[in-house]
Design a protein around this ligand. Structure first.
Ligand SMILES: Nc1ncnc2c1ncn2[C@@H]1O[C@H](COP(=O)(O)OP(=O)(O)OP(=O)(O)O)[C@@H](O)[C@H]1O
Ligand SMILES: [Mg+2]
Length: 214
């Protein structure tokens, strides 16, 4: 099972992904927790390039290719093998971030980004994506100190939020939209319930297949 967390800056992705990982581990599931950009040694070097304020000269295409390069490494080195081994992989940001930020936010060609995402991931798609949705103002209030991307104003984040919601509308099976303006524990309970429900459905499907085969 491959689970991703998405949403605009400071919506609560890292907080909620961490709580889900803790909850799943307590329930006895083998879980790997990772994030993008980064997640591998090479990916962390790329993350540093992307988030370094000194790189304000970086053009949008360079930014796009760096995100994709980090993702290609991450998928091949960590995500794909973990899923093959039957582990649950929880990832803080993935392909939907690139479409929302570089596509909707920056205005780069969305179809091209989709195709490049496919190339970078070898077509690997999450089974469940939590889109934590908040108004941009809430995110801006939550964090005063901002890195290079986070210093974008609320107009940029409005576009990114719209992009995320459009992506979710196109794939309601995969996306679960979470109202992120509520308390941390209330949000966590909803995410935990949804995930356990999906895992149980998956497990009963697997055992039904196994009993048909035996
Ligand atoms: N539901 C919530 N209500 C109030 N504050 C929250 C909530 N969830 C997270 N926070 C706080 O908001 C800040 C950002 O949270 P977090 O780092 O989890 O967001 P994020 O989406 O991972 O941010 P980024 O996009 O920068 O990675 C933190 O200080 C966190 O404690
Ligand atoms: Mg985070």
């Amino acid at each position: 099972m491959f689970i991703t967390f998405e949403g605009i800056d400071c919506c609560g992705k890292t907080t909620q992904a961490g709580l889900l990982v803790e909850g799943l581990r307590e329930a006895g599931y083998p879980v790997i927790f990772t994030h993008e950009p980064g997640g591998t040694e090479i990916g962390e070097k790329i993350r540093h390039l992307l988030l370094n304020r000194e790189n304000s000269q970086m053009v949008w295409l360079t930014e796009l290719f760096l995100y994709l390069a980090s993702r290609a490494q991450h998928t091949a080195e960590l995500i794909h093998p973990a899923i093959q081994q039957g582990k649950i992989l929880v990832c803080d940001r993935y392909t939907d971030s690139t479409l929302a930020y570089q596509g909707y936010g920056r205005g780069l060609n969305q179809k091209l980004i989709h195709q490049l995402n496919q190339v970078a991931t070898g077509g690997l798609t999450p089974q469940l994506t939590f889109l934590i949705d908040i108004p941009p103002q809430v995110g801006i209030q939550r964090k005063a100190s901002k890195d290079r991307l986070e210093s974008e104003g609320s107009t940029f984040h409005r576009k990114v939020r719209k992009g995320y919601l459009e992506s979710a509308g196109k794939d309601p099976q995969r996306f679960c939209i979470i109202n992120g303006s509520r308390g941390i524990q209330e949000i966590h309970r909803e995410i935990m319930t949804t995930t356990l429900g999906r895992l149980k459905a998956r497990d009963s499907l697997i055992s039904a297949k196994q009993s048909r085969l035996s």
